[in-house]
Design a protein around this ligand. Structure first.
Ligand code: NAP
Length: 195
């Protein structure tokens, strides 16, 4: 893998879990970070961790924002590019994993899951693409193994299947510009907490 030192990564959902872990790892590699989440206190904590991993305060941009808000997504990308002057990596990690079978599903949870897990990923891809074309950058979409196998968490699985389709289609569309698009799957261990 090419060095991430001095590159700029925008990581959504960086205030906890996988996104926070990716942020800390990228910080250890010297990658400048634009981090988003809703919980400001936890986001600030991850920002401090990233300084302990070697980044200066001005190499980290922390922005709270709601993934279902078009205005927030536009601001997040704009301020990232204004601060750092470039964008090399977009990690679409923020997601809702409300595990529900048909009986326990509600249309409200369906809608917010699609807004955050699918619509926001498409919108951020669209907003970031012109900047990633300039740097021949990369997009990493955090998907799930349930995009491919039945899980009885129907709409969450649907949302991940749509992200995989977004990934392969944008990979083909952006390849001529030197931009790579991949999705990664995270498989929960059998004894992990369900949330
Ligand atoms: N953990 C797993 O087993 C697993 C398995 C497969 C795939 N995944 C996927 O991996 C990604 C991260 O999972 P995780 O386990 O690390 O989850 P997590 O700990 O719950 O973190 C989710 C992140 O997304 C942010 N987020 C959620 N809804 C948001 C919204 N409406 N607007 C803005 N930010 C929002 C959260 O921000 P706040 O906390 O600040 O609100 C948080 O930073 C998700 O896309 C998930 O679907 C996880």
């Amino acid at each position: 893998m090419a060095s991430l030192k001095g590159k700029v990564a925008l990581i959504t959902g960086a205030s906890s879990g996988i996104g926070a872990a990716v942020a800390r790892h990228f910080a250890s590699l010297g990658c400048y970070l634009s981090l988003t989440g809703r919980n400001e206190e936890r986001l600030n904590g991850v920002g401090k961790d990233c300084q302990q991993w070697g980044l200066q305060a001005d190499q980290i941009l922390l922005q709270t924002g709601e993934m279902s808000s078009d205005a927030d997504l536009e601001r997040i990308v704009l301020e990232t590019v204004e601060r750092f002057g470039r964008l090399d990596v977009l990690v679409n990690n923020a997601g809702i994993a409300k595990l529900r079978n048909l009986e326990r599903s509600t249309m409200e949870i369906f809608d917010i899951t699609m807004d955050v897990n699918v619509r926001a990923v498409f919108h951020l891809t669209k907003l970031a693409s012109p900047h990633l074309i300039k740097t021949k950058g990369t997009i990493v979409n955090v998907s799930s193994v349930v995009s491919k196998v039945p899980s009885c968490n129907t709409f969450y699985s649907m949302s991940r299947y749509m992200v995989d389709q977004l990934t392969t289609n944008t990979a083909v569309e952006l390849a001529p510009y030197g931009v790579r698009v991949n999705s990664v799957w995270y498989v929960r261990s059998a004894n992990a907490d369900i949330h």
